[in-house]
Every structure is written in C-alpha cells, then in structure tokens.
Design a binder for this molecule. Structure first.
Ligand code: ZN
Ligand code: ZN
Length: 429
C-alpha cells in the first residue's frame, strides 16, 4: 500500500498536466476524437491492449448522437490538431471511447474501472478569478467545457494505468480500463457492447466532488441514483394561412404545448419518487402561419428502474395523445437512458477496507447519497445480471464553482488520492 501511495504522489505533476490537457481540449459526447486518441496513445505505450470505438460499441445502441455536421467538424478539428489520421478514421461517425486491457501473469478475477471522458455543452468563464482561464488551460473549444470533472476522471484513469504497468508482475487476473464517451445526457453506456463486460467480476466507477466537496473525503459507495429516460419529440402538422384558412392547417405548436402542460400534470407515484421536466420547446415558422413543426425535449426520472419505466410509458402516451388531439404526427426518440443502482455490499465493504488501510483519506463514509442520474448504472446492471458486482464511489474535492456551471473547477490534489485508491482496488487481494 505504501508503495502505491508513494508512486501516486510522484505522479502528482503528471496527473495535473493530463487533467489540464483534457480540460483545454474539451470535447462533448461522441465527439471525443482528440481525447480518445490521446488516451489510446498513452495506454498503448504503457503496454495495454487497446480496443477503440467500434470494437466496444454497438452502432445502433448509441443514444443521443449529435448531427452529422457536428461529428464531421469534430473529426476535422482532430485532424487539424495533428491526431493520427488512422485513429481518427477508426472513430469516424462518433465511435469514440476505448477499453484498455491488461492481463496478469496469474489467473484471477476480472476487474473493470470505468472513467467517463466527455465535456459539457457550456462555454467556459473568462473571469480572471476562474483558475483555468487565469492559468491558461481553459477550453479552446467554444461551447464545450469540462464542467463535471471528467477531465479529472481521465487523468485518474491514466494515473492508474501508469501504476498498473509498473506493477504488472503483481497483477492477477485481468483489468479493463473503460474510458466511456457521452456520459452527459446518459447516452454513452447504452452503446457499450453487451459482450465487453460479460466476464467482469468487479466493476468500479466514481465521481469527483458532487456529493462530497471536501478534498480528502471519500464515499465508499453511493445510494439514491435516479433512473431516467431522455425523450425528444418532433411534432409534424401542416401549414396554412392563419387568416384565410384557420381550419386548413394542423397545429404542431398546440400539440407540443398541450404535451408540455400534460407531461407536467402527470400524477406522482405511490411506488417511489418520480420527476418530469420539459426542458425545451421550439415551434412555429411565422406569426401568420399555422405552425407545422414543433420540437420538444423532455426527461423523466424515477427512484427505481420500474418507476422510471412507468413514467416513460406515461410520457410517451401523453406525447402521442397530444399529437392526436391536434391531428398531427409525432416522432419520439429516446436519446438517453440510465437505470437505478444498488451498489453491491461486498464491494462497498472492500472499498471501505482498502481506503481505510491506505490511510490517505481524512474521512471515509460507508455510503453517500447521489440524488442524480449516471449511466454507470447501465454498465452496472449488465455486470450484475451476469453475476458480477458493481460499486460507485465518490472522491471528495473542493469545488470553485458548481458542477455544470461555467466556473466549475476542482482541487487537483484529489487526483493523487483517487489514483492511489483505484490502483489499490485492482491490486489488493
Ligand atoms: Zn455531469
Ligand atoms: Zn459527471
């Protein structure tokens, strides 16, 4: 344990450099070409077998892909940056993310660590008291910013990989380091092929900050994940002259507006907490035309996967009925999905024991409440349904601005602590 702590501490500067590189080159979900290629190069160099994009993703199961134009722009940005054309080509069409594999010299369990790698749809603050701006590592990409700490998650993943490469002789069994795309909007995990994780005995994921905002604290497991479904609905009607032919069109705006009101009127449930939100609604072509098109984005959540499923069914019915009410058509797409999760007690206890033994955390909580959604739960459900176990941890870190705000920043010292912990989780008996 002492060796791991020492080695992680020696990587302090490198961890910060990595974090700041990925912060500077922030890429949102499914556009992480520079990010994935950079991770791939480092891991290949360290001796890992690297499965890129298409090797680990099911094309049709990826949710919430950006437009073809956005994907092309991201690809061209990566090529202009100097990323190897073969790597960029291998990821063409938004096949980003990778899984790195290292097999030990002895038989043993298969452990998977999952790190999410995407940025948020935000433009970073240019205030002088915002450290990334002041110290020159703010995002170079307008509209993309690491405002959730996934840049830190990547740095930890690379830190763990570096330490594992040094400890290869001590490694028993197999370790998978999964660098997953598009966690924001809970889109990426559903795209991971079922077969990738079928042999995983232990799956660990984590988040920096969030429920714990003091550096040095740790949550050994997490409760209160909300299952969620993200829905896009496009209503199509027919245009007509609003003065001469008020009865001649089919009003898509009214269909969408009806849906928005009725979605928020869905009753609460006896079998668990639920949520519903209509986040955006765009409709209409001009003041004096019956609106022929409307687009609405909504989400539902549930305390359990079953509650969320019921809310999803209700929401789809309201969308369909609202369209019918105004004689319009509606096209509903699921663009994100996460389930609920109960962390396995045995893994939570193991993490608690190892963290306590390491002695680098000022406070180790048995479990902390998450209160939001994470698509790690989709991977965890896959692993648990195949007989494996899963645990999600929170590594505390002081925050400068809240998650998902343009002034987000965190205390980079947490990177060393997380690197030591996750290396120990792989190597400890
Ligand atoms: Zn986030
Ligand atoms: Zn996050």
């Amino acid at each position: 344990m002492d060796t791991i702590i020492k080695q992680a501490s020696e990587r302090n500067a490198q961890l910060t450099t990595w974090r700041r590189f990925f912060h500077r080159h922030a890429e949102v979900g499914w556009t992480e070409y520079i990010t994935t290629a950079t991770i791939a190069e480092i891991l290949t160099e360290l001796g890992f077998e690297v499965l890129l994009g298409r090797d680990i993703l099911s094309a049709d199961k990826r949710l919430g892909l950006p437009s073809a134009d956005t994907l092309t722009a991201a690809k061209e940005r990566a090529l202009a940056y100097g990323i190897d054309a073969r790597l960029v080509e291998a990821m063409d069409g938004g096949f980003t993310g990778l899984c790195a594999i290292m097999r030990g010299s002895e038989e043993g369990k298969t452990v998977c660590l999952r790190f999410d790698i995407d940025a948020n749809d935000l433009t970073e603050s240019t205030d002088d008291d915002h450290r990334p701006h002041r110290e020159g590592f703010a995002s170079l990409h307008a509209g993309s910013m690491h405002a959730c700490g996934h840049d830190g998650h990547i740095a930890v993943g690379l830190g763990v990989a570096t330490l594992l490469a040094e400890h290869r002789a001590d490694l028993k069994g197999t370790v998978l380091l999964l660098f997953q795309s598009a966690e924001e909007g809970v889109r990426g995990a559903s795209g991971i092929s079922d077969t990738l994780l079928s042999a995983v005995d232990e799956l660990y994921g984590f988040h920096l900050g969030f429920a714990l905002t003091e550096t040095g604290t740790l949550g050994a497991s997490t409760t209160d994940f909300l299952a969620t479904t993200k829905l896009d609905a496009v209503f199509t009607g027919a245009p007509a002259h609003a003065g001469a032919r008020p009865d001649g069109g089919k009003n898509a705006l009214l269909a969408a507006a009806t849906a928005a009101l009725q979605l928020h009127a869905l009753p609460r449930r006896a079998d668990g907490i639920s949520r519903v939100n209509v986040g955006t609604l765009y409709a209409g072509e001009g003041r004096n035309t019956i609106p022929a098109r409307a687009a609405l984005s909504a989400e539902v959540r549930g305390e359990t996967t079953a509650v969320n499923r019921a809310m999803t069914d209700d929401a789809k019915r309201v969308l369909t009925a609202s369209a019918m009410m105004h004689d319009t058509a509606v096209d509903i797409t699921t663009v994100g999905q996460a389930c609920a999760l109960t962390c396995d007690e045995a893994l939570a206890k193991r993490a608690l024991g190892i963290a306590s033994k390491l002695g680098i955390f000022s406070a180790v909580h048995e479990s902390v409440s998450f209160g939001a959604s994470e698509d790690f739960t989709v991977l965890a459900e896959q692993v648990q349904s195949c007989g494996g176990q899963a645990d999600y941890l929170i590594v505390g870190t002081e925050l400068a601005g809240g998650h998902h705000t343009d002034r987000f920043d965190f205390d980079e010292h947490a990177l060393v602590l997380a690197t030591a912990l996750f290396t120990a989780l792989v190597l400890a008996d």
